[in-house]
Design a binder for this molecule. Structure first.
Ligand code: F6R
Length: 611
């Protein structure tokens, strides 16, 4: 969840690292730090500030420093409070370290090291690695060997990047945590980062090392070089080298005030591209291979928004295929001793492909002999590499911490998988394919139309933003959309919001209703009367009613305080995705009026790589 950037080259590392960290700040922003070689003392020099990266930038601004090597970090606190002492890099006179992940046996190691006379200056688990590596480094002054030794003592999923006071090498290693290296082919600069996104424009070649492979970047007389080694110190070929697939405009907000809004507006285009890939293009074959697994019970697992996508997908799979489908939160699934059979399949949904609980759930399924598949955005992520098959959602980089476009494409991809598994798809049935195509095209068109004219939703957002609480309701496939709407709103606007199945309100939650509570009621054409009755029940208790319902529905408009018309015509399956975009825009504007930090909401981080 923390962001890591390291650099060794001919330019000023501070500029490169600060730019890289600013791109990764969405992954964690409790504190930020950088370590370089001080031009005056020729020793390690660290700068660490709590709060956003800007605080660190301000401190560095007046200093006029230049260093050809450096490592930097943005933190999302796990062990130890948000203080400058706990911020990374952690350093001493010999080594500096940045870390992403958790050292599970840090407590025990710390006690042992203290008993042996070592001193600790922070409350972090990271410092145990620094102390261990330094002890080894003092023996041989060999960085690669020291990191290798220290790494063998620690348990848990982590990535470490270490530099020495000599200023001529960087060593990086990881276990089940994201880490890449980069190379600029023009000037020979080398980079290391927790995300290739930080390296856009800096590195054309990206190296993806396997777990427990040591990446060694060294400055030689002939220029810098990179090499990879296993834990025995032997040269290793367990890495992949690829051209960076990201282009420069992914790091810009363009005409939008926030990345979240940019990403909401990208949806019609991305859906069209997705369709081209899966229904007309090369993705067709990938998805058809999935037919081989039809009639097997499916366990769908994810966290947060990805779990909500799973709930919608379950409805599709069960409806079209009549096969048992379970949907579970990864954090619960992995600890509840689930009943798993070899003939079943696991389907893991994740934007990042690095969510710790989802990875552990996938591992559990694999260990139990299940075939595992992912619906994932990030090519080369740990989930992507661990599953036997992957369905890429092709959403591009998602920077806003609140997931928007990924959800839409996750559900679409799951929808396609569910149709492919079904009997009526046998023999690549063109009729079914055309039906899917038409509905997806219509969805993109309707989202586009709505986004071009979303002023009405903005006005509603302004009028309801000061209310005490928000209750989202919906039925069937719209129930997960209610959950997702509430999650989006609480994440970015910091207001209390809950999603409920509309029929469930009177079993308890209706006690919450009064004139300070807004009910965002999704009134879908399916189960229309029943859902309208639920709206009436809330209205009778003075709740403020915002309906998202069929267009030209005068009676619905009449009972609503605010009415958002939606054209459901021709969207029998994908209507929930249109409504979800309405909820995304509503949440965005409520947050905008409240003045929160929309792209980087407090306490959150993109990609939750710790349990
Ligand atoms: C909410 C959100 C999170 C993620 C969850 C899973 O807006 O972004 O709830 O959906 O942390 O992340 P991935 O999909 O990366 O596994």
């Amino acid at each position: 969840m923390c962001g890591i950037v390291g650099y060794l080259g001919e330019n000023n590392s501070i500029d490169v690292i600060l730019e890289g960290l600013s791109r990764l700040e969405y992954r964690g922003y409790d504190s930020a730090g950088i370590c370089i070689i001080d031009p005056q003392t020729a020793g390690l020099s660290s700068f660490r500030e709590t709060g956003k990266l800007n605080n660190l930038k301000k401190v560095l601004a007046g200093k006029n420093l230049f260093s050809r090597i450096g490592i930097g970090h943005t933190r999302w606190a796990t062990h130890g409070a948000v203080t400058a002492d706990n911020a990374h890099p952690h350093s001493n006179e010999l080594l500096a370290i940045v870390h992403n992940g958790i050292i599970e046996n840090a407590g025990q190691l710390r006690e042992e090291l203290i008993a042996q006379g070592e001193k600790f200056y922070s409350q972090t688990d990271t410092e145990t690695f620094l102390v261990l590596a330094t002890r080894y480094y003092k023996q041989k002054m060999d960085l690669r060997w020291s990191v290798q030794q220290a790494f063998s003592h620690i348990r848990g999923n982590s990535a470490f990047v270490v530099m020495t006071a000599k200023g001529d090498e960087i060593v990086a290693i990881k276990r089940a945590a994201p880490l890449v290296c980069g190379q600029n082919n023009v000037n020979g600069d080398f980079f290391v980062s927790s995300d290739p996104y930080a390296l856009v424009g800096f590195a054309e070649d990206i190296y993806f090392p396997e777990d427990e492979v040591i990446c060694h970047i060294q400055k030689m007389t002939s220029g810098s070089m990179i090499s990879f080694h296993d834990l025995e110190g032997k040269e290793s070929s367990s890495f992949q080298k690829k051209k960076s697939e990201l282009n420069a405009d992914v790091v810009e907000k363009g005409e939008f005030e926030h990345f979240m809004l940019k990403e909401i507006f990208e949806q019609p285009r991305l859906i069209a591209q997705w369709l081209d890939f899966y229904v007309n293009g090369p993705g067709k074959e990938d998805v058809l291979k999935f037919q081989e697994y039809k009639s097997r019970t499916i366990h769908i697992v994810g966290c947060g928004t990805a779990w909500h996508a799973g709930l919608v997908i379950r409805d599709f799979v069960e409806h079209f295929n009549r096969i048992h489908t379970h949907v579970e939160l990864a954090s619960e699934f992995r600890y509840r001793d689930p009943l798993l059979k070899e003939e079943e399949i696991g389907l893991f949904i994740s934007q990042s492909g690095e969510t710790a609980d989802t990875l552990a759930a996938e591992e559990l399924c694999r260990e139990n002999g299940l075939q595992t598949f992912s619906i994932v955005n990030t090519v080369g992520s740990t989930l992507y590499r661990n599953c036997v098959g992957n369905f890429l959602i092709r959403a591009g980089q998602e920077i806003g911490v609140a997931s928007t476009k990924a959800f839409t494409l996750q559900v679409l991809t799951g929808y396609l998988c569910s149709r492919v598994l079904s009997k009526d798809f046998e023999g690549h049935n063109d009729l079914v394919r055309d039906e899917i195509k038409r509905e997806v095209e219509l969805l993109a068109e309707r989202i586009d139309l709505f986004l071009k004219d979303s002023e009405g939703v903005k006005n509603i957002a302004q009028k309801i933003q000061k209310h005490k609480g928000f209750i989202f309701t919906g039925r069937r496939r719209y129930y997960p959309i209610a959950l997702e709407g509430a999650l989006k709103l609480k994440e970015i606007a910091y207001v209390h919001a809950e999603g409920f199945a509309a029929g469930e309100l009177k079993h308890g939650p209706i006690a919450l209703i009064d004139e300070d509570i807004v009910n965002i009621a999704i009134v879908s054409p399916e189960l229309y009367e029943k859902t309208v009755s639920n709206v009436e029940e809330v209205k009778a208790r003075n709740g403020v009613i915002v309906t998202i319902g069929p267009k030209n529905d005068a009676p619905l408009k009449e009972i609503s305080d605010f009415y958002i018309p939606v054209d459901f015509e021709g969207l029998p399956n994908l209507g929930p995705l249109l409504v979800n975009v309405v909820n995304q825009v509503l949440a965005y504007y409520i947050a905008l009026f409240k003045g929160t930090d929309i792209d980087k909401p407090r306490n959150l981080a993109k990609s939750v790589t710790v349990e």
